[in-house]
Design a protein. Structure first.
Ligand code: FMN
Length: 617
């Protein structure tokens, strides 16, 4: 067991690990993120171990479970290193062939290679896959290489060198100065300057101080923070320890939702290892600096991601926000000065201090430095996690990395910033992605959820959906949020039912302004964004619903009817078989018809009819 009593002990240990490490040793790296696990990577790992043994390679080949590789759409993902042969959708049954062909015969299993839909060509190497090729992976750079349960693997790759450097050579003020110089802005949503926030916490007097990691991640479709914690927990821990040193904190709390069991497991393992090595706990690296770290599991309420509600929840109270001031830096959790940052913000810290602020800030735009991780979901070919430099366009993310829209459909909009973000239309797809540009477009960066929508999405219904979510998640403490969101929801529901009026659109805009200006916390203050952005960019769709009683996407059931065009129907029976409520009748080779009383307007008949005989009107 290693226990470092000074920074040089760590460096000596790292050198030993590096000399013992053979980069040419064959390693089968299996993605162990939650997405790949759900698709069978746990069984696959067992099968790979058995296959390696059967081939007599167990002493020369390592089967390694790594963090999330990000290409969730194609999981389970396997990379055989050092050649970086890249396999997708690998099943336990493929293990024997994979090992024999790749490691015994030194060939490639053709059928498990990724096929680039744009060129139709198979791609052999990980670095040539378009999904990865265009990314700038800094925070996620080690995810496909290291074993998240091994602190040695992290140390081998430079881990904890920033902490050692800071503790031996930098004053707390110098650390804060470096973070300020880097231009790092919080990745949890508001984009506040991390260095300035740390400075406020440092200056706040008090014997006990707290640093908190916000791993609540409640946005629908977002899982960046989960993967960061699952895949490289020590990066976040190192960032928090450095931050605590800079701010003079002696307590650290990670607030992580209980629905993230793997992230919590990796964090518990990481904390225990860091304590064992003398990198956390009492007298860190013999410097006299001590930090106690705990995990608090949250019950999964969206509002508990809001910093003041989160602190209430840590204290064991109902998670509800409170007015500021006092700000957390003055009186936070248990009334003590506290600083809260998002998982990804903390993960950036060791990288900034390792490479220096100048190198870090060479990536990004004037006002937004570094990279940002997005979870790409919705109507997109390559669902997954991408890390991109700030300033890249939405088009590059959605089409070059995301592979575009499936099933030949057209792109319609992208929602950034979580449920209280905005919907950005096709006309703005070339805007650079950074905090300020997204804000100007009526949306926001948020923590990194990116939901892509195609032509079959009704933008009025989308606004209704997000308002419904926010209404359910509103804690109810302040009236504008509790009553106002409900009221806006009812108006939008009227529009989707064909019972809206143009005057109601004006009322919606007026209500949105009042709720924004008078709500207690960010939930209410931003709740109107989906409504305002869809009215701003898709007003014609609202007017169609109101004036023509028409939903062009065919989503709002009250405004849609299906009928069968007798001239086009060949009587193939397909629609009748698929209809879940038996609303379609007709004999083989004779035109069918739909019973409108029974029809639930699910649209399955429309989807499955190859003759185009089912008409939606
Ligand atoms: C309703 C609501 C939910 C939030 N959820 C999260 C969350 O899940 N994770 C997060 O880091 N920040 C979340 N925030 C933002 C936090 O209040 C806070 O600004 C953030 O944790 C600060 O960290 P940063 O400076 O590193 O961004 C949320 C804010 C609101 C209003």
């Amino acid at each position: 067991m290693a226990k470092f009593s000074k920074a040089t002990d760590l460096e000596i240990y790292r050198s030993k690990l590096q000399s013992a490490y053979d980069p040419n040793k064959p390693r089968i790296c299996v993605c162990g993120g939650t997405g790949c696990n759900a698709q069978g990577s746990i069984k696959l790992v067992d099968a790979l171990h058995a296959a390696v043994k059967k081939c007599g390679l167990d002493s020369t080949v390592e089967v390694k479970v790594t963090g999330c590789h990000g290409f969730c759409e194609k999981g389970p993902v396997v990379v055989v290193r050092p050649e970086n042969t890249f396999y997708v959708m690998v099943k336990a049954d493929d293990a024997q062939e994979l090992v024999e062909t790749t490691l015994v015969k030194k060939g490639v299993v053709d059928r498990l290679l990724y096929v680039d839909p744009a060129s139709g060509k198979k791609v052999v190497k990980e670095q040539d896959v378009p999904f990865y090729k265009q990314q700038t992976r800094i925070i996620l750079s080690e995810n496909g290489h290291l074993d998240p349960t091994s602190i040695d693997d992290y140390i081998l790759r430079g881990g904890y060198s920033a902490l050692a450097k800071v503790l031996s050579a930098n004053s707390p003020d110098a650390v804060i100065e470096e973070i300020k110089k880097s231009g790092l802005r919080g990745r949890g949503g508001a984009g506040f300057s991390t260095g300035r926030k740390w400075e406020l916490a440092r200056k706040s007097p008090g014997k006990d101080k707290y640093v908190i990691c916000n791993a609540d991640e409640g946005d629908p479709g977002a899982y960046m923070n989960r993967s960061e914690l699952e895949g490289n927990p020590h990066l976040v821990l190192e960032g928090m320890i450095i931050g605590a040193y800079a701010m003079g904190a002696n307590h650290a709390i990670i607030y992580c939702r209980a629905e993230y069991p793997l992230a919590i497991k990796q964090l518990n393992t990481g904390i225990a290892q860091a304590i064992e090595y003398g990198l956390l706990g009492k007298n860190i690296l013999g410097t006299g600096f001590s930090l106690e770290m705990k995990i608090k599991q949250g019950a999964g309420a969206f509002v508990c991601g809001e910093e003041t509600a989160l602190m209430q929840s840590i204290e064991g109270k109902r998670g509800m926000p409170r007015p500021r001031p006092p700000f957390p830096a003055q009186a936070g959790v248990f009334g003590k000065p506290s600083n809260i940052n998002n998982v990804e913000t903390w993960a950036n810290v060791p990288l900034i201090l390792r490479e220096g602020a100048a190198s870090y800030s060479s990536v990004g735009t004037e006002g937004s430095k570094g990279t940002k991780i997005f979870s790409l979901v919705g109507k997109i070919k390559n669902t997954g996690l991408v890390e991109v430099p700030m300033g890249i366009s939405l088009r590059e993310i959605i089409f070059d990395m995301g592979g575009g829209i499936p099933n030949g459909k057209a792109f319609k909009a992208v929602q950034t910033g979580g449920p209280s973000g905005g919907c950005i239309p096709e006309s703005l797809i070339d805007i650079p992605v950074d905090f300020d540009e997204l804000y100007d477009a009526g949306s926001m960066m948020g923590s990194g959820g990116m939901i892509v929508m195609d032509e079959d999405t009704c933008m009025v219904d989308i606004a209704r959906y997000f308002l419904g979510f926010l209404g359910d998640e509103s804690c109810g403490k302040c009236t504008p949020c509790r009553e106002g969101i409900k009221h806006m929801y009812n108006i939008i529901a009227d529009v989707t039912a064909g019972e809206g009026s143009v005057e109601q659109l004006d009322l919606l805009e007026e209500l949105a302004g009042v709720i924004k200006d008078t709500s207690l916390c960010g939930l209410g203050q931003t709740a109107a964004n989906p409504v305002l952005s869809t009215i701003r960019y898709f007003r014609d769709e609202y007017l169609e619903h109101i004036e023509q009683k028409k939903c062009r996407a065919g989503v709002c059931k009250a405004l849609v009817e299906y009928r069968i065009d007798a001239g086009a129907c060949t009587g193939c029976l397909r629609c009748g078989k698929e209809c879940p409520v038996g609303a379609i009748t007709g004999n083989k080779k004779e035109p069918h018809s739909i019973d409108r009383e029974k029809c639930e307007k699910c649209g399955i008949c429309y989807e499955v009819c190859e003759q185009g005989a089912v008409v939606r009107e």
